[in-house]
Unconditional design. Structure first.
Length: 339
């Protein structure tokens, strides 16, 4: 494939009829607000679980639930980056920034700018997310070391350190300029942290902020984010085929609770028609299967299955040889974007 061209893309209306597509791409203010409220309800509920029933089991359970919902907030921010979290444009970004992005030290507009490049150049040499998938498969020992770094907070520490240093700007700048730059980059996010700290103090105890907000963010959240990244694009069969350069992973109740919230596992469907709201992705997936695309789609049976393949746990489950599929003509679009 010519590196100057994007991976082959599929017109949305060539795989889904216009009426179904129109239904699937409908946004909902109520649903967007409900999903964000659900994430925060689970977070506060998990904090309450440990606060009122303190023991090692409830602590570990709370850390896992909160870490997963922190990933959930990033998934909802991802939806907003596609202008799909709510129907009302201003609410889409405002809801995402205030309740999803800033609590995670992120920004919707900045993420959107970065993420659209990933969709335009999926699994190509200049895909900004290629670094997340290119190293695989890896050995079990390498994966174990990565998990240890994630679960002990080392990965998050390095990321936050780099983020703070970047926000501080060039050391040669005058002090007032560096302070102004830092305030623009991280000021609102730090205010969000102060608000979360205040809520934890008001409802529970000040220590809950560190034990059940910062700790999950620095540990379990990082580990399952890595697992999500592996599942979505690592060792895919064909970097140039939109049905096979992303992966959908089957997820039961436990996986959805502790690894893959808010339909993030339907990644092939998301890449095929990227502006479909997350809550509609299961329906889109089913429509694709009904239309006969199942055999062509890259689908893993479970997260355990894909981790085994990506880490070489079994030699016979390593990534299959890459094969070329017949290329389709046209540019994928769902009526909102040609990216």
């Amino acid at each position: 494939m010519n590196s100057k061209n994007a991976a082959i893309r599929v017109p949305a209306r060539s795989i889904i009829d216009a009426e179904t597509l129109a239904q699937l791409r409908k946004r909902s203010d109520i649903m967007g607000i409900a999903l964000v409220a659900h994430a925060w309800t689970v977070i506060l509920g998990a904090m309450a679980l440990f606060y009122f029933f303190p023991n090692p089991v409830t602590f570990i359970l709370s850390v896992m639930l909160i870490g997963t919902r922190q990933l959930g907030l990033s998934i909802l921010l991802h939806d907003a980056a596609h202008n799909a979290l709510t129907k009302t444009p201003w609410l889409n970004d405002r809801l995402s920034d205030l309740f999803c992005g800033l609590p995670l030290l992120a920004n919707t507009a900045a993420y959107r700018h970065y993420h659209m490049k990933h969709h335009a150049r999926t699994q190509q040499a200049d895909d900004p997310d290629l670094v997340l998938s290119k190293p695989f498969p890896i050995s079990r020992d390498s994966f174990r070391r990565k998990m240890i770094r994630d679960l002990t907070g080392q990965t998050a520490y390095q990321q936050r350190k780099a983020q703070i240093l970047s926000a501080l700007g060039d050391p040669t700048w005058p002090l007032f300029q560096r302070i102004s730059h830092f305030r623009q980059r991280l000021g609102a996010a730090l205010i969000a942290q102060a608000i979360i700290f205040g809520i934890c103090t008001l409802l529970f105890h000040w220590s809950i902020y560190f034990a059940l907000w910062v700790l999950p963010f620095f540990t379990y959240h990082m580990a399952i984010t890595r697992i999500r990244n592996i599942a979505e694009h690592a060792i895919v069969p064909d970097n140039d085929d939109p049905f096979r350069n992303a992966r959908t992973t089957k997820a039961g109740l436990l996986a959805r609770t502790f690894i893959a919230p808010y339909w993030v596992n339907y990644h092939v469907a998301h890449h095929l028609i990227m502006h479909i709201p997350a809550f509609q992705l299961p329906k889109l997936h089913d429509k694709l299967i009904d239309a006969g695309y199942g055999p062509r789609m890259e689908i893993a049976e479970s997260y355990i299955d894909i981790i085994k393949r990506a880490t070489g746990l079994n030699d016979d489950t390593l990534a299959p040889p890459k094969t070329k599929k017949p290329r389709l003509k046209g540019t994928m679009t769902d009526g909102f974007s040609t990216n």
